[in-house]
Design a protein around this ligand. Structure first.
Ligand SMILES: [Zn+2]
Length: 287
């Protein structure tokens, strides 16, 4: 083979090997377990996070994320702690957090808000149907430890709860708040101004560490910052709607520069505006 063809063949093999490695890396989920405080741990599956609490009488697990992730987590908990999962608590009905609950349902009671159960059944979510539901507040106790389940009102979905671990001083809050990152895309399945009111109710809960369902850990100031963002966005979109502006004009003019350092600012601000524009359009009546 001429030398140039030889080199081309070697280059082709190298490119194919590199792309095969990239494909492998993309298909392997990033999973991890890290300690947050005391016996409370954080579970990561790619861009989704949940928490679990280890007690002398078993483990309280939260969002399973999906069946494969849940099976991995169940095996890791058994390997590291040798303890059965006694409760599975779902933050809300959305499939990207709630799926895979059936993995734990042989040993665990499944707990969720009453409207989460209705949505899980109604939407046919790929998870276990909750055994225990509540409407406002509920405290789970296991092995001398506690988790307070709190419904802060309609926010991101009409059934999202937050989970407070008082001894560890950690609040687990999924999708209702993130740390220095924009709310997700067009705010599907959201309620306003309920979401803002719900963040105020979270701000009066006694905790130090905020563990969100996406991204890095934070603290209570991140909840306040998220509320301030929504208050500013809501006020600007409402004022623009009252001034007769179109969605495109709002997306061109509303900047909210205080938040330009937040993750996904450029990509998701126009979608956040669109989401609020749709809701405000249905919730006002011009002259
Ligand atoms: Zn969600």
């Amino acid at each position: 083979m001429p030398k140039i063809l030889n080199l081309l063949a070697i280059a082709l093999v190298l490119v194919l090997q590199a792309s095969a490695q990239i494909a492998l890396a993309q298909s392997e989920p990033k999973r991890a377990i890290t300690q947050i405080a005391g016996d409370l741990y954080r579970f990561q599956n790619n861009f989704h996070f949940s928490v679990f609490l280890v007690t002398p009488e078993g483990v309280i697990v939260t969002d399973p994320i999906n069946a494969e992730a849940a099976a991995w987590l169940e095996a890791e908990i058994d390997k590291r702690f040798g303890a059965p999962v006694k409760y599975l608590v779902l933050s809300h009905d959305h499939a990207d957090h709630a799926a895979g609950g059936e993995v734990f349902a042989d040993t665990a009671l499944v707990v969720a808000h009453e409207r989460a159960k209705a949505a899980i059944v109604g939407e046919g979510r790929p998870t276990a149907v909750p055994d225990i539901t509540f409407s406002d507040r509920m405290t789970l106790e296991l092995g001398g430890k506690q988790v307070e389940l709190i419904y802060p009102g309609p926010s991101h979905s009409d059934n999202l709860i937050v989970m407070n671990f008082p001894a560890e001083r950690v609040l687990f809050a999924v999708d209702i708040v993130t740390v220095k990152r924009m709310p997700y895309k067009d705010l599907s399945d959201s309620y306003f101004p309920g979401w803002i009111d719900a963040l105020k109710r979270i701000e009066v809960i006694d905790f130090d560490i905020l563990a969100p369902g996406h991204g890095v850990l934070g603290d209570k100031s991140d909840v306040t910052a998220h509320r301030h963002y929504f208050e500013a966005l809501h006020a600007e979109v409402l004022a623009a709607a009252r001034a007769g502006k179109s969605l495109e004009e709002m997306q061109a003019s509303i900047r909210l520069d205080d938040y330009k350092d937040w993750g996904q600012y450029d990509a998701w601000l126009p979608l956040n505006i669109e989401g609020l524009y749709k809701r405000i359009s249905l919730q006002r009546r011009g002259n």
